[in-house]
Design a protein around this ligand. Structure first.
Ligand code: HEM
Length: 766
């Protein structure tokens, strides 16, 4: 089968492979899409790259075929002021990091900050703390850890205009009225989405609790679960130092994660945490190798927190006995831990691939480049997450993740395509990149997805036990005992509630969570008010003033919030005026979906729409990397500006064009570019666990017709000639770089050859 990734259909999610039923052969969607873009480009800039100004309309074209259609100019472009070509026969002259940066960023419409160019690793790779992603002079700290969260429309609704929480009805009474789990629950996705989106949120936003200020919420009279003398103690969010001093300097909130989609939940948002999580060997992250129940061998799990990175815990659980991850909430539940562990394994797998392809890379290069490959894959995964909400009514081409933007913008929305260069003005706000806002960090709490329990399933798909989800909090030993595979199988075999289902009582009336009475919904309402967020009508008035294509009607009456008479009665009982209704409450009650999606309009605008903007504000986005040497440079004069571009724009030997580079088939396949990332989740699971049969779209429950189970076929037999070719390439490089190192590298190399010969002999004797 030509179906990507050597897989076949199975009727059952078990390891029974029916070889006679291969999945449907696919073609390279990226090449088809790109052909269309070239065809449509009236500026001539893309057509001029190809012979006859076009890419032939042949179904089976691959990335490698594209290179054959390139129309080379008559001679190589004149040498630029920057670094000379690497393969140049002349001795490379010493070029400073600053000079090189000036050259590769000369297309940026602003001056770049010298503090980012002093050291090449600060602009060539992602920094740990998220700084220097945005390079503009004086603004290099945008999106970094420890910076203030933006406000979508500069609204500060504090009671005193400075820092006092906005007034509102008792937050638990509001939770009881509007956030209780509904009788009719809407199901759509698998809990894999729950773990994934929770991981994504932890990646981009982390509100630190204040240690001195809190809001007390007494139980309302209609309380049915907690004793009436119970009080919730909600710690306010830590403010940005030196803010909240006057109306001109209102209280701001600090984000203690990098805002970028950079997997900081895996790698850490500070150099200290990041270094503590690294093995410093082969670019890999630290792991512990364990054999979980029902598996055939040892596999990687997150290390226990012996290195003492900041980790949230619950009373009685020693944080050094929990897993160490990039984010303090790493141990919050097993859903997220399942996804986190798969990413951990994938990072280390990518390091192995990189080491084979680039034997010249040292630990630092392997780690930083793998981090960027992972970031690229993860962005495409985040894309497929948002695409999991499109319906058949989505009016725009919907395989590239851009329909939301096309929906929102009036002018020629069809022209909005992933063929853009960095920075893309459409996703900047006030001339700056889009980052997590206070509104997003509160409204994007999709806690309705939480389920009370899920099955732990063995390799034969039998349920070992039903696992209470609440009980999985801060229990790493239990995670290991249950085993990643058995947990992930359970996550793929069941479903979660969708919007409008209410928050499960196990987390809304949680008894004691981390030692205290707790209600996830009350916490959101209090945070909205203590952070001085606008109410629902205030927010959407400001939003509608931007003249968006999709408006959100202002609710002039309580009836306008809901068609349910009981809900309206509750609104009237709790609020004095429709303008007072809290933002999260209005979003929760929204009955109209964003056109072409299954997400309520108000929530989507503040959540998914913003997430898209953030992803595309990121200098290291895969989209910009893919377009670098089509739109900024040309393939015959291609100068990457970061390690990701350097990897995917591979050097090719073209006489007279020493800077000729073209897209690397190997890395584009690794990133699943040919299918716009649609297979990455399936691969994340099958390539990093013993689970080999997974539904094609793991965010949706299995369906024999629309979402069949696909099984990975066993690996190809050992490719000895391939290994020898790669080893020779590596040896040639080492010899060129350092002859002494080359000789010392031969010693383990000879050992390897001896081992292989022994292996062949033993295999022959069997
Ligand atoms: C079992 C699953 C989950 C658990 C146990 C959980 C638990 C929590 C807790 C305890 C908080 C802190 C509340 C506070 O201090 O105000 C929180 C915050 C948050 N949660 Fe969840 N959550 C889960 C799933 C999700 C999902 C699926 C999303 C999806 C979008 C999400 C998004 C958020 C966001 C955005 C915040 C605020 C983060 C911040 O600003 O620091 N959570 N969650």
């Amino acid at each position: 089968s030509q179906c990507p990734y050597n897989r076949v259909r199975s009727s059952e999610p078990v390891l029974k492979i029916n070889k006679s039923d291969p999945c449907v052969a696919t073609h390279n969607h990226f090449v088809s899409w790109f052909r269309g873009i070239v065809h449509k480009d009236e500026s001539g800039s893309l057509p001029n790259i190809f012979k006859n100004g076009t890419i032939p309309d042949e179904k089976k074209l691959t990335f490698d075929h594209l290179v054959d259609y390139i129309q080379l100019p008559e001679s190589a472009p004149e040498a630029r002021t920057g670094p000379p070509p690497r393969d140049s026969t002349k001795e490379p002259r010493n070029v400073s990091s600053h000079e090189e940066a000036q050259r590769v960023f000369e297309h940026l419409p602003y001056e770049i900050d010298p503090s980012c160019t002093a050291n090449k690793s600060w602009w060539w790779y992602r920094t740990y703390d998220g700084s220097c992603n945005w390079l503009k002079q004086g603004e290099w700290n945008e999106g970094a850890i420890g910076t203030k969260r933006e406000r979508d429309y500069k609204q500060y609704a504090y009671a005193d205009g400075v820092s006092k929480p906005r007034e509102g009805p008792n937050a638990r009474a509001v939770s009881n009225a509007f956030f209780k789990r509904k009788e009719a629950i809407y199901y759509e996705h698998t809990p894999f989405l729950l773990g994934l989106i929770e991981f994504i949120m932890h990646d981009v936003t982390y509100s630190l609790d204040s240690t001195t200020e809190y809001v007390e919420v007494p139980m309302p009279e209609d309380e049915e679960t907690y004793p009436l003398n119970t009080t919730f103690k909600v710690w306010r969010t830590a403010p940005m130092p030196d803010t909240g001093t006057s109306k001109d300097n209102p209280r701001e909130n600090v984000n203690m994660a990098t805002t970028w989609l950079d997997m900081s939940a895996l790698y850490g948002s500070t150099p200290d945490v990041a270094h503590a999580l690294r093995s410093h060997k082969g670019g890999k992250l630290l792991t512990q190798e364990l054999q979980a129940r029902g598996t055939s061998g040892k596999a990687s799990y997150l290390p226990y927190n012996k290195m003492n990175v900041t980790t949230r815990t619950r009373p009685g659980v020693d944080p050094t006995k929990l897993f160490a991850g990039g984010d303090p909430r790493t141990n919050e539940d097993w859903m997220m831990l399942g996804v986190h562990t798969l990413f951990l394994r994938d990072h280390n797998r990518v390091c192995d691939l990189l080491a084979t392809k680039h034997p010249e890379y040292d630990d630092e290069q392997l780690y930083q480049t793998a981090r960027m490959v992972m970031g690229a894959k993860y962005m495409m995964i985040a894309n497929s997450y948002q695409m999991a909400y499109w319906t058949d009514e989505m009016p725009w081409p919907n395989d590239d993740g851009f329909p939301l933007y096309r929906q929102m913008l009036d002018e020629d929305p069809i022209d909005i395509s992933p063929a853009t260069t960095y920075p893309w003005p459409l996703v900047t706000k006030g001339g700056k990149p889009m980052v997590v806002s206070v509104e997003m960090a509160v409204v994007y709490r999709f806690h309705e997805f939480i389920i009370p329990s899920f099955p732990i399933k063995d390799a034969g798909n039998a349920t070992l036990w039903e696992q209470d989800l609440f009980a999985t909090g801060f229990d790493s030993a239990g995670f290991v005992d249950a085993g990643l595979e058995n947990i992930v199988r359970g996550m793929l075999a069941t479903h979660i509630p969708n919007f409008k289902s209410g928050v499960d009582e196990s987390f809304r009336s949680a008894g004691r969570y981390r030692g205290r009475p707790f209600d996830l919904a009350t916490w959101s309402i209090v945070h909205e008010r203590e952070q001085g967020l606008p109410t629902f009508n205030q927010y959407f008035l400001a939003y509608n003033e931007q003249d968006p294509a999709i408006e959100v009607p202002i609710r002039d009456t309580f009836e306008a919030f809901s068609s349910d008479p009981e809900t309206v009665a509750n609104l009237k009982r709790l609020y004095k005026h429709p303008d007072d209704v809290d933002l999260v409450v209005g979003c929760q009650l929204d009955e109209e979906n964003f056109p072409g999606t299954t997400v309520p309009k108000a929530s989507l605008i503040i959540s998914l729409f913003s997430l898209f903007g953030m992803g595309n504000s990121d200098r290291f986005s895969i989209g910009y990397a893919m377009m670098r040497c089509f739109l900024v440079d040309k393939p015959w004069d291609c100068h990457p500006s970061n390690a990701l571009e350097d990897l995917i724009w591979e050097r090719r030997d073209v006489l007279g064009f020493p800077d000729f580079r073209f897209l690397s088939t190997f890395w584009l396949k690794e990133m699943d570019i040919e299918a716009h990332g649609a297979n990455l989740l399936w691969r994340l699971i099958t390539e990093n666990s013993e689970i080999k049969c997974v539904q094609k779209k793991p965010l949706f429950p299995m369906d024999p017709e629309s979402n069949p189970v696909l099984c990975a076929l066993p690996k190809e037999p050992f490719d000895l000639p391939g290994v020898v070719v790669t080893a020779l390439a590596g040896a040639k490089h080492l010899w060129k770089r350092d002859a002494t190192k080359f000789v010392s590298s031969l010693v383990p190399g000879l050992g390897l050859i001896g081992y292989l010969r022994r292996r062949r002999r033993t295999a022959g004797a069997r």
